[in-house]
Design a binder for this molecule. Structure first.
Ligand SMILES: Nc1ncnc2c1ncn2[C@@H]1O[C@H](COP(=O)(O)OP(=O)(O)OP(=O)(O)O)[C@@H](O)[C@H]1O
Ligand SMILES: [Mg+2]
Length: 228
């Protein structure tokens, strides 16, 4: 997926200003930046949810997973029904497909009969990911998917993202305000600041030799332990 010179305006305010990013097939690009820097707005443009100027090419089927799984899961629908809704398989094969998708995100098949409120936050986020995968996306846009989770389960969801990428060859635009989290899952890192892209390159390069003062300040906020 290729984003070229993307600009998104809300009235006279420019939330995303001329951003160009490429997510190669099977690649994970991390998008990082402080609150209000325009990350979710870029995600919404990529998903066709807001009008934009510029070009977005290459990804036909895009699925989004959000910070709050309640945004993508209907609380009145069982997990099985929610996951089945997005599935592309014919009706007779849906149940088996739902079980396969739950397995992909390491949830037991019996979770299908439960409702979102009967799950932990981490389990709910796994269900939201399973539901997105059912649509067979060629790009997954993950917007702060671990930010609302307890620290103890954040790691397991990040490992799930890594595993899905390896097993399915999924392309992922992984958004977080946390550079440590982004660094852990991404091949390249894009840094946004005030709607502009201030840095974009291979993860190691961005982390080890940041060219922009803002990236350096983000790095300073990352606890030493995870910086190696
Ligand atoms: N629907 C809207 N109408 C007007 N302004 C908006 C709208 N949505 C977002 N904005 C503004 O656009 C800017 C970018 O918002 P956005 O949600 O993209 O930031 P973000 O980087 O995702 O932040 P966060 O880390 O808090 O999620 C902010 O200044 C925000 O107030
Ligand atoms: Mg956001």
């Amino acid at each position: 997926m290729k984003i070229e010179n993307l600009t998104v305006r809300y009235g006279s305010f420019t939330a995303v200003d001329g951003v160009s990013i490429e997510v190669p097939p099977g690649g994970v690009v991390g998008l990082v930046g402080e609150s209000g820097s325009g990350k979710s707005t870029l995600a919404r443009a990529v998903s066709g949810l807001v009008p934009y100027e510029g070009r977005i090419e290459g990804a036909r089927r895009i699925q989004m997973v959000f910070q709050d799984p309640y945004a993508s899961l209907d609380p009145r629908m069982s997990v099985g029904a929610s996951v089945a809704e997005g599935v592309r398989a014919p009706r007779a094969q849906r149940q088996a497909e739902v079980e396969r998708l739950l397995g992909l995100v390491s949830l037991p098949a019996e979770v299908a009969t439960r409702y979102p409120r009967e799950l932990s936050g981490g389990q709910r986020q796994r269900v939201a990911i399973a539901r997105a995968l059912g649509a067979e996306p060629d790009l997954l846009v993950a917007d702060e998917i671990t930010s609302a989770l307890d620290v103890s389960v954040q790691g397991s969801v990040l490992n799930l993202v890594k595993r899905l990428r390896e097993e399915l060859g999924l392309s992922i635009l992984f958004i977080s305000h946390n550079l440590a989290v982004v660094r852990y899952v991404s091949d390249s890192v894009a840094v946004m600041h005030g709607g502009k892209l201030v840095e974009f390159g291979p993860t190691e390069q961005v982390v080890d030799e940041p060219t922009h003062e803002y990236t350096r300040s983000l790095l300073e906020a990352v606890p030493r332990l995870v910086r190696h």
